[in-house]
Design a protein around this ligand. Sequence first.
Ligand SMILES: [Zn+2]
Length: 421
Amino acid sequence: MADPLRSRSTPGRVLVALLGVVALMGCAPGPATPPTLPSATAGPGVPSSPSPPNHADLTRLLDRLAATDDEPGWRALIDSVDPHFATTSLWLRDNLAGLDLRLEPGSRIRALTAQRQELLGTEAFVQEVRARWSVPGTAPAEHTLWLTLTPGARGLRLAGITDGPCPTDAGSGPLPIWWLESVRIIRQGEVAVLAARSQDPDAWLPGLVQAREAVARRVPTTEPLVAQLPSTAGGFERVLGVRQGSHRLVAAAAWPFGDAAQLVVNPEAGGATQGEARQVLLTHEAVHVAAGSVRGQGPLWLTEGYADLVALADHPAVAAAHEANLADDQRRHGIADALVTNAELRPDNARVHAHYQRAWITVRVLDHGPDSRPAPGGGVADRVHAAVLTGTPLDDALAAEGWSTGTLTEAVSAELRRLVG
Ligand SMILES: [Zn+2]
């Protein structure tokens, strides 16, 4: 979850002003076309409708790209007629060497722009490829990539990686940081970071390790936390696969990439949160990653409130500030007499901070049990959260712990009255 509202600023309003900002990463607008008939070789073809390549040729190239990290072997796979890509291919090789990677052909191909065809030849085309990858020892993530390929005497070669859909196109989606820029891959304990060369991972690693440890105390997980740290806010948005300019003020996001979820950090939003508030944010997002609550199952008050319950446990000063802010909100607007709705947690809601804080209080009350004291063995919120995420209806999950939505709502109102004083 992106949680743009975690910033103290007013993201909704500022984001509108940023919508015109587009990162000018090379991209070629144009529709993807499904292949029609397989051909033995990629023929000259009509520029606007590329022929699909021979499947065996393509599979062989993809297998070699995924497995080759020696320089001579790699060079044989690269068409470096585009001098920019000749440079790109060097860091791409280094990036791939640090990953477990499998590449499989997708079904779509795209035509190049006339300008790119002039450079790469009329037989060049852009192939959809499915990538399944991981930092060794972590959960595999999945992405759709677009590879610019040229046929030659010794088979297909890779000639570019920037001719896929523009970020604004319908066919666009998330891209892994290692497809966008040169990265260092760092592993410390149960945290793996893919960091852009321009970034200082030491500025983030301790916080990520601390977040992973805080999460592990309550969320059963054996998976290491994987974080991507791009060099720019534009790169952050390419990694998420969101419209350029739409997430400039999001400091960090927990995001699904196939079956895996990872944490993505926006290096340019670092000023939005500092110190303890940033640590709370990282832990909050790490809860979403570990619990798998990035896919939106269950009511938001439960997933968001639970993430804050875990994140705020080690930060009493931040928790006290949240209580004070919520008490002020309830004094002004009256004590809430219903559970927090999904609409109240939307980033453009005027009272979104207070509603997040009310979701946290709701889960804190839930965690203490219907008798206002921790249930024997504890873990009430953990069990309800886990049950709802795996498909148990909320009412059933609450009933198993002695709650109903009615009794929980009343208990939360009582707690809010206590906070208001
Ligand atoms: Zn969240």
